[in-house]
Design a protein. Structure first.
Length: 292
């Protein structure tokens, strides 16, 4: 093994630009793998979060009177399907808006309590009753808009499906490209040592003994690229999910802050994938020159 390690080091030292090219393509591949993994998993957490919050948000017109709002509350509670109704006044809505945009003074100056509507946040005992409640409040003349969590979940599901399809397409393309580039680079290395390999075959060296240095070389390229790509991708995700805007917008979502164990899981999974990818690329190159 020491001899093989020395041989691999010699290959890397003599062909630094080839090694750099191989590692760079792997870095790009695993950077994209990491980013899309976080986006897809994060989207699934968002969907689960909203699915677990059976809620209808009801926004009232500007001229809605408090007596009319109270009558609507009584009507809804009499159905026996409502678990909770929370009234949010205009002043409370303004305070919520200020809390969410406290780092942007310009936005705070543009909004007053009169602009923001009062609202109900309605929860039901059974998620299947949300649609009926939404239809009931829509028929009220004092209601201007109804936001149904089902609509949010449907939108998130569509976005998640789109992200997954795009991610799978890009990752597949980059994986195939990485495989081809790695195979080409290792093939060039093998071609440079063709005469040495022929001598080794004449003196009885086994196929695996000859192949092992190239397999190790391919695995080093792939795993090194995977580590760097995973760390860069994880760093980007940590940075953007830690910004005040994202943190306030997604407050309460159980996935945030992202647990460090998830970063480790992504890194380990990428390293295993890289190991397999490096091995396959190396064997493709080796089999091209060491046919029985």
């Amino acid at each position: 093994m020491a001899r093989h390690s020395k041989t691999v080091w010699t290959h890397l030292r003599r062909s630094p630009y080839q090694a750099l090219a191989a590692m760079l393509i792997m870095v790009i591949t695993f950077l994209m793998v990491t980013v899309f993994t976080f986006l897809i998993v994060g989207s699934q957490f968002l969907i689960g979060y909203f699915e677990g919050k059976p809620e209808v948000s009801v926004f009232f017109t500007k001229d809605a009177q408090q007596t009319q709002i109270d009558q609507l509350r009584t009507q809804l509670l009499s159905s026996g399907k409502i678990s909770n109704i929370k009234f949010v006044s205009k002043d409370q809505a303004l305070q919520i808006y200020k809390d969410q945009n406290k780092n942007d003074p310009l936005l705070l100056e543009l909004v007053t309590a009169d602009i923001l509507p009062a609202s109900f946040e309605i929860s039901t005992f059974n998620v299947n009753d949300l649609n009926q409640v939404a239809q009931t409040v829509k028929s009220s003349p004092i209601v201007s808009e109804v936001v149904f969590q089902k609509d949010v979940v449907s939108t998130l599901t569509a976005w998640t499906s789109g992200i997954r399809q795009v991610g799978v397409g890009i990752i597949t393309l980059l994986t195939v490209e990485s495989l081809l580039v790695m195979t080409l680079i290792i093939s060039i290395t093998i071609a440079k040592r063709r005469h040495e390999i022929e001598v080794m075959q004449l003196i009885g060296a086994t196929r695996w003994y000859i192949s092992l240095p190239f397999v190790i070389e391919g695995i080093i390229y792939a795993v090194t690229g995977a580590i760097i790509g995973s760390l860069v991708g994880s760093g980007l995700m940590w940075y953007y999910t830690s910004t005040p805007y994202i943190a306030s917008f997604l407050t309460g979502i159980p996935f945030l802050p992202i647990p460090w164990t998830f970063y480790v899981m992504v890194l380990v999974a990428n390293m295993w994938f890289a190991l397999i990818l490096g091995f396959c690329a190396s064997m493709l190159a080796v089999n091209r020159y060491l046919r029985d």
